[in-house]
Unconditional design. Sequence first.
Length: 353
Amino acid sequence: MKIFVPGRTEIIGNHTDHQLGRVIASAVKPGMTAECQRLERKLAEVQSGKRKPMVLELNDLSPRKEEEGSTMALIRGVCQALEKRGYKVGGFTAKVNSELRSGGGLSSSAAFCVLIGRIISELYNGGGIDAVTIARCAQEAENIHFGKPSGLMDQLACSIGKPVYIDFLTEEIVPIDCDFGRMGLALCLTDTGGSHSNLTADYASIRQDMSAVAHAYGKEVLAYVNQNEFAAKGFDIRSAALRAEHFFEENERVPLMKKAMEQFNRDECLRIMNLSGRSSEEKLRNIRCAAGDDRLEKGLELSAKLLEGKGAWRVHGGGFAGCVQALVPEDYLASYAKAMDASFGLNSCFRIM
């Protein structure tokens, strides 16, 4: 049996999820495929590419400290989460091939966890495990077994397989029927070559600043803070205030983007994405890392020069390093990709939707 799971991209909602805000994420064209079959023995045998197969006994699915940060932890974690919910878990072989490039920001770990969930669903549960349950099990595997405090956005987008609106405060999850191609647009990423390693402090500073503002109002996260009260009172620490402003404004943009996508409103999609991008640059300030790597910043500057008046561009995902995301007119895509490749390397720019 062959099973495919897509990667994911964040379309809008930059650093809103950890404050229980709103996001729109989407499945994308690159993904992971597994050729799989049942085994009589309760054993997982998983081979990725040309690497030696990983063999994992599935009789004891409890977390293991020595497996933290490993692929085996993800496999064991998904199986435990499914079994805990009453689903049948059995042995299987899987040959996995991935189109998700390392550092491309398309959530390869989330896609892999969802892939394991889909394998168990298809081989042992008649394909009857719903997409949201698989996503929650994938999140549990990353949080508890792998040791990564990830949210649910990545897993939901990979599992649902299409654009999805998520409100983490109300737990509203709404798939969106949208095709940028129908608007004459291509969604693409440019990998600027920066590494995401050693950026923990940069990422943590955003959450810390936003949480500091929330705590000043007696709340745990910004989603519980009244936006009007924040605007009236202000805040002493300017960097934290700017990041809080970004949260409130970005959180309001997400439903507007949902409406624009549902109505196939090209101009509005471009306008809102550009507002999101400028806010990330100027208020969230997740473009240049503390170590001084400016490749992402240069990618955004080049995109602005190429796409001004034509398309939209913004930092992709967590930021500080990595990818530029852009909505590019179909008839201009080749020219845009050529210019980005000239600066960041052959095939650094690639289409995802």
